[in-house]
Design a protein around this ligand. Structure first.
Ligand SMILES: C[S@@+](CC[C@H](N)C(=O)[O-])C[C@H]1O[C@@H](n2cnc3c(N)ncnc32)[C@H](O)[C@@H]1O
Length: 239
């Protein structure tokens, strides 16, 4: 459907009828052939906003999937790069794609829930790419509290988002229609598949982050077309 080696329409449909976790387990072997994987060229433009090579001790990639964020973070880190995901299938692929190298920061693959992190005061940087749509609005506070707990004082939470699209735009109504279809699916089918658009958008996310003790810097015009409307948020925890 997306790529000759990517999932077929029916495979995607089967995944969407499973739980979020099981859906990603099924998608894992073909995930890197879908547009859901954050492209490396975009992440290469995010890296300099985080730091120069070897200037950070440790970082975590939340909802790491097949390891897109881990791959970008590794050259920036001196000690440790953790990838956390609740899909064993996605973690297995990440492990295969990112090999150990004693010369580079140590990699750790952790099976866990981004809403219940087993870390406290451990990371200089946390990133989350392509997965904020999996955090329900009612869980946003829990999610940010967990990140603040995992970061060291002065630590940064970095992610890609966009400004809320105009209600007159096609993209806004496509996203609303997708969300309505998901609500309908979840009203009738269990387990739920959690995936919604129009979450963690600017300007609202700034207030949310500030309420959890972060100072917010927004980097615009970072990406070329067709991603030019996306922004990078660097939210720094009070030291
Ligand atoms: C679209 S993929 C993005 C993967 C990767 N970050 C990237 O940008 O290519 C979303 C990932 O989030 C994971 N995920 C969703 N909700 C999660 C949660 N509550 N805790 C941990 N992982 C979660 C899924 O298993 C999946 O691997």
């Amino acid at each position: 459907m997306f790529h000759p080696q990517g999932p077929t329409f029916w495979e995607l449909a089967r995944q969407a009828l499973s739980s979020t976790q099981r859906g990603y387990d099924l998608l894992a072997p073909k995930f890197d052939y879908t547009p859901f994987r954050t492209p490396d060229p975009l992440l290469e433009l995010v890296a300099p906003l985080i730091g120069a090579p070897q200037t950070i001790d440790s970082a975590i990639d939340l909802c790491c999937g097949t390891g897109a964020g881990m791959k970008m973070l590794r050259p920036l880190c001196r000690e440790r790069v953790v990838g956390l995901d609740f899909s064993h299938g996605m973690l297995d692929v990440a492990r295969e794609l990112l090999s150990e190298d004693p010369e580079k920061a140590k990699l750790e693959f952790v099976h866990g829930d981004a809403l219940n992190l087993p870390f406290e005061n451990e990371f200089d940087v946390a990133v989350c790419f392509g997965a904020l749509g999996h955090i329900l609005r009612r869980d946003e506070t829990t999610f940010l509290k967990q990140i603040a707990k995992a970061l060291r004082p002065g630590g940064r939470f970095v992610f890609i988002t966009a400004h809320r699209p105009s209600r007159l735009s096609v993209i806004y109504w496509l996203a609303r229609s997708f969300n309505a279809a998901m609500h309908l699916r979840n009203a009738f089918l269990k387990p739920h598949f959690v995936m919604f658009y129009l979450t963690f958008l600017l300007p609202d996310v700034t207030k949310l982050l500030e309420a959890h003790g972060f100072h917010v810097a927004i980097h615009e015009s970072v990406f070329p077309k067709p991603y030019h409307q996306a922004c990078v948020v660097v939210a720094t925890l009070e030291a």
